[in-house]
Design a protein around this ligand. Structure first.
Ligand code: FAD
Ligand code: SF4
Length: 333
């Protein structure tokens, strides 16, 4: 592992100023924030990430969960995943978020992992993590080893000829269905980014994964006020029952009145190059009877544009069944 300088800024402005000295916000950035370290230090040990300076943000006052004036929730950037998942308001009003976080990683990892770090965790594509292999995301222009190689766990939605890596987060899928907003403090001031605009598709620049700029510090995430009477489910399908990333997952937040779906928010995980909100599935559900046939139609719509790779065609049917079943679970909850 390359040696690095370790900074402990006393306030967010000092942290932003330190990180703004980097030329890029992400891949290859010389200065990086570190929170729980469960992604960054892991990748530094593999020499995939090689920053020269780490800015420790754990002492900054960003670790609170508070209700907002409009009845929503404000989640600090350094709130640990465990604390967020077990928070009474989250368990009561944003159950899909609690379920998604608890479906991820292990108890020990969740005790360290933070809200912002989870938003920025990187793909588990095996070639990305192996510096001996070509990878456009790690080393732009070298090629994608996965397209002709091992791609069973990789994406079927949002892929490009440069990269087919899956976004691995569970938390982000729930946040997409809850329409979260990411709040950032940058060297030019604060800004708010809807989660649907936060992560980027790979296109021909897979090394650029979010809209963050050098120096941008995520300070908190907000969730809108909960929708009265909504049913929420996160369903994750994987190779083993725990401590494993999703092959396919679904986050659903639906309201049903008189047997019909009146509101639906649907997002998929494990199948997209970013947390995958599906407006197609939502439009298919609205106004329709809440039954299995219509849930399957919504799942067909969500996966309509899916493109299989050599080893992962099974994921398309798996994701359809996952979403259909999640909707069924929500409807009967
Ligand atoms: C063995 C293992 C299994 C896992 N399984 C799962 C799983 O099943 N599901 C799942 O969803 N996740 C899983 N994870 C990933 C885990 O959720 C992430 O590693 C964790 O959420 C990252 O949070 P962190 O605080 O440790 O991030 P860090 O490693 O500290 O940081 C990650 C990135 O975010 C940046 N960053 C951190 N905070 C900020 C900020 N405030 N502003 C701007 N940039 C910031 C850092 O610079 C870095 O680039 C697993 C991880 C491991 C190691
Ligand atoms: S899928 Fe993306 S991360 Fe994986 S090898 Fe290809 S370019 Fe790299």
């Amino acid at each position: 592992m390359k040696t690095f300088e370790f900074l402990r800024p006393a306030n967010p402005a000092a942290a932003v100023a330190a990180a703004a000295q980097a030329k890029t916000a992400q891949q290859g950035a010389e200065v990086r924030f570190v929170a729980g370290g469960t992604t960054l230090i892991d990748l530094m040990k593999l020499n995939v990430e090689t920053p020269g300076r780490l800015v420790d943000i754990n002492r900054l006052p960003l670790d609170k969960i508070e209700t907002t004036r409009d009845g929503g929730l404000k989640i600090g950037a350094t709130v640990r995943n465990s604390d967020l998942a077990r928070h009474p308001t989250v368990q009561r009003d944003y159950a899909v978020l609690s379920q998604a976080i608890l479906a991820g990683a292990s108890a020990q990892l969740r005790n360290m992992a933070t809200t912002a770090g989870n938003l920025l965790q990187r793909t588990r594509c095996m070639y990305f993590r192996d510096t001996a292999m070509p990878c456009n995301k790690r080393d732009p222009g070298t090629g994608c080893s996965a397209i002709t190689g091992s791609n069973r766990s990789l994406a079927v939605l949002g892929t490009s000829e440069s990269c087919i890596a899956t976004n691995p987060s569970d938390m982000c899928v729930a946040m997409a269905a809850l329409e979260a907003t990411i709040h950032v403090q940058g060297s030019k001031g604060p800004r708010a980014i809807p989660i649907g605009e936060f992560h980027l598709l790979p296109g021909n620049t897979p090394q650029r994964e979010t809209v963050l700029e050098p120096g941008d510090l995520i300070t908190h995430v907000t969730l809108p006020a909960p929708v009265a009477g909504s049913k929420q489910v996160y369903l994750k399908l994987r190779d083993r029952a725990s401590y494993e990333f999703a092959l396919a997952s679904a986050a659903v937040v639906v309201t049903i009145a008189g047997g019909n779906v009146t509101r639906a928010r649907v997002a998929l995980g494990g199948v997209g190059t970013k947390p995958w909100r599906s407006p197609e599935a939502e439009a298919t559900l609205i106004g329709q009877p809440a039954n299995e046939a219509n849930f399957r139609k919504a799942a067909e719509a969500a996966l309509h544009d899916a493109k299989p790779q050599t080893e992962n065609a099974f994921k398309i049917e798996l994701a359809k069944r996952c979403l259909t079943h999640a909707l069924q679970m929500a409807a009967t909850a």
